[in-house]
Design a protein around this ligand. Structure first.
Ligand code: 9MR
Length: 350
């Protein structure tokens, strides 16, 4: 008699087989993959088992593509508008706010009971021309007005905002990134967080960045020190987003889990906000599995968003970094991600 039971998951069955040892082994091996997927069959439902969400960056113009929405609607339960909530999209002329493109995505999500991550209120990039040419106190006021108006408009609809995006420099300096916003004064980031808090007290307020995945990097440490300082001084910050765009030049680091847990220990949620991993086959699948397992190991890592749905939807489509082929087929990376999510304990434990 051979009996195999996966220890932690509900709704998994016990396999009992009699017979010669080789036949048992062969049968077991052939059944393992399907048993590993047996708990839930979509990413969103699998993530929900441990109280997490699984999201995708959504491009509004693709909502008319039924091949795209079939996958989106089946697999995901959170969205981040890929470009539609950025400053150039929502305030193309100063004090003239346009929310139509973002609303289309928000309504698609909310009508299905999904979450929305807002991206992003204050950023050096994708500023409309009027803002690019501003400086000093006029720019500071314009930035705060933007944060206030957009966060207030989406009050109650956006679960978490990337209040400030990519404000630190790459490389060994650990310095702030130079930008027109930074030149308004070093306190521009906390000013943006306070404005967002006043406009939408119920939203989780996140700082979001890339190349902050390796715990030893100066940029990671600089963001960590800022978040620790904010928590100590009572600046309203609730979460840190790790974009996690991984490729040969910016590889998944073996200390990623240390990074996530160290930030979480400061008393903030951590979220994987723009995940994509260039590559293919089992190598790519294994890295996706590692990333998901790292998140699952940290109680305050409460969700994952991939930066797009299919490879051809990606900003780096040549690197085939996502979970679905362009024809909609699930990749090995999808299976690895689903298996990892299905292996999580039912609710995050501290
Ligand atoms: O995916 C976005 C792409 O469509 C835009 O052209 C680009 C413009 O800056 O922004 C991309 O999204 C970025 C995100 O807003 C912030 N982190 C890096 C993402 C990839 O460049």
């Amino acid at each position: 008699m051979f009996s195999w039971t996966r220890p932690t998951r509900r709704r998994l069955r016990t396999l009992s087989v009699t017979g010669v040892a080789t036949a048992v082994a062969a049968l077991t091996l052939s059944l393992l993959p399907s048993f590993a997927q047996a708990a839930e069959t979509t990413l969103g439902a699998a993530a929900a088992q441990s109280g997490r969400y699984f999201g995708a960056a959504v491009a509004g113009q693709k909502l008319g593509d039924s091949a795209y929405t079939t996958i989106l609607n089946r697999e995901f339960n959170s969205v981040t508008p890929e470009n539609e909530m950025k400053i150039d999209a929502t305030e193309p002329q100063q004090n003239n706010f346009t929310f139509g493109s973002a609303d289309r995505i928000v309504n698609h999500a909310l009508s299905r009971g999904w979450q929305v991550r807002g991206h992003t209120l204050a950023w050096h990039s994708q500023q409309p021309p009027w803002m690019q040419s501003m400086s000093g106190s006029a720019l500071r006021q314009a930035m705060l007005n933007h944060v206030t108006r957009v966060a207030a408009y989406y009050r109650g609809k956006v679960v978490a905002w990337d209040v400030v995006n990519e404000a630190f420099a790459d490389g060994p300096s650990g310095a702030r990134r130079d930008s027109n916003l930074q030149r308004t004064g070093n306190d521009w980031i906390e000013a943006a967080f306070r404005a967002a808090d006043a406009a939408d007290p119920g939203a989780k307020l996140c700082y979001n960045d890339y190349n902050t995945d390796d715990w030893t990097h100066a940029k990671t440490q600089a963001v960590y020190n800022m978040v620790r300082d904010f928590k100590q001084r009572g600046v309203p910050i609730d979460c840190v987003g790790f974009q996690s765009h991984f490729n040969a030049n910016s590889p998944y680091p073996s200390n990623y889990r240390t990074t996530l847990s160290s930030f979480a220990a400061l008393g903030v949620d951590v979220q994987i906000t723009e995940l994509d991993i260039e590559g293919s086959g089992s190598t790519q699948a294994n890295t996706y599995r590692n990333v998901i397992n790292d998140c699952l190991a940290v109680a305050r890592c409460n969700g994952v968003t991939t930066w797009g749905v299919r490879d051809c939807d990606s900003w780096r489509s040549g690197g085939t970094p996502l979970l679905f082929e362009c024809n909609g087929n699930k990749k090995p990376a999808y299976t690895a991600t689903l298996e990892a999510l299905n292996s999580a304990t039912p609710t995050p434990t501290p």
